[in-house]
Write a protein that binds this ligand. Structure first.
Ligand code: DC
Length: 229
C-alpha cells in the first residue's frame, strides 16, 4: 500500500490530539499519537526505577520491555509488556518526567523507528507530535503546524482536567505549559518547530470542529491540485 501521511505538529495543549483523531476518522486513516509513545517508554522507565536523567540507564529500558500501539475507538491504545496503560501514562508525575526521554537523542532515534514502522503497517495515517513533519515523515502528503496562545492552551487543559473531576490552578498550568514549550523548542534533536512546507493554523479562537474543517479543506485542495498536475 502506498504511504499517505498527514502530519500535525505543535506545542502542548494546542488541540493536536483531538483534531488528529477526528481528522483521521473523517479521511479513513489511522491516528498515531506519538506523545503516547514517549509516555509509554517513560512509564516503563519509571517502573524499572531507573535514574531518568542517566541516559545509559534509559537506553536499556526499550530492550527490556515490549511496547504495543493499536488503534482504539477513542485514544490510541498503549500496551507495555501486554498490559493496557492508555490512562496511566497521563499522570502529572509521568508528564513531568517525559522530557527526560524526549530530550535523549538515542531514545528519540528508537522512537522515530517505531513511528515509521507504525506508518508502514497502517499505510494511511494522521500523526501528531512535535517532529512529525520535520524529522519522522519529511515526505508526508500534507503537513500542519497548530499554534494557540499559551493562556488559551492552559484554559483548555484546565477544562479537560475539570471534566475528569480534577481541579487545577490556571496560573500553575500556564507556567507548566510555557516550561514544556521551552523544553520542546530548545532540545538539540527533534525540536518543536514547523516544517518549512507546513501549513500553520492558529487555533486560539477556533473550535475543534472548525479546525478539523479547516484542515480537511487544505487536504482536499492539495489532493485536487495533485490530480490536476
Ligand atoms: O503530546 P504529549 O503531551 O502527549 O507529549 C508528551 C511529551 O513527549 C512532550 O513533552 C513532548 C514529547 N514529544 C516529543 O518530544 N516528540 C513527539 N513527536 C511527541 C511528543
Amino acid at each position: 500500500m502506498a504511504l499517505f501521511v498527514v502530519t500535525i505538529d505543535g506545542p502542548a495543549a494546542s488541540g493536536k490530539s483531538t483534531v488528529a483523531r477526528r481528522l483521521a476518522s473523517r479521511i479513513g486513516a489511522t491516528f498515531l499519537d506519538t506523545g503516547a509513545m514517549y509516555r509509554a517508554v517513560t512509564f516503563a522507565a519509571m517502573q524499572d526505577g531507573v535514574d531518568l536523567k542517566d541516559e545509559s540507564q534509559l537506553i536499556g529500558v526499550i530492550g527490556r520491555h515490549t511496547f504495543g500501539f493499536e488503534p482504539g475507538d477513542d485514544a490510541m491504545r498503549v500496551f507495555v509488556d501486554g498490559q493496557l496503560v492508555t490512562d496511566r501514562i497521563r499522570s502529572p508525575e509521568l508528564t513531568a518526567n517525559v522530557r527526560c526521554v524526549a530530550s535523549s537523542p538515542p531514545m528519540r532515534a528508537r522512537l522515530v523507528q517505531m513511528q515509521r514502522q507504525f506508518g508502514r503497517r497502517w499505510g494511511r495515517v494522521v500523526t501528531e507530535g512535535r517532529d512529525q513533519g520535520t524529522v519522522v515523515f519529511p515526505d508526508a502528503g500534507v503537513k500542519f503546524y497548530l499554534v494557540a496562545d499559551s493562556r488559551e492552551r492552559a484554559r483548555r487543559r484546565q477544562l479537560e482536567l475539570e471534566s475528569q473531576g480534577v481541579e487545577a490552578d490556571l496560573d500553575e498550568l500556564h507556567r507548566a505549559i510555557e516550561s514544556r514549550d521551552r523544553s520542546d523548542e530548545s532540545r538539540a534533536v527533534g525540536p518543536l518547530k514547523p516544517a518549512p512546507d507546513a501549513i500553520c493554523v492558529d487555533t486560539t479562537r477556533m473550535t475543534i470542529e472548525e479546525v478539523v474543517e479547516c484542515l480537511l479543506r487544505h487536504i482536499n485542495r492539495r489532493q485536487n491540485a495533485n490530480r490536476v498536475l
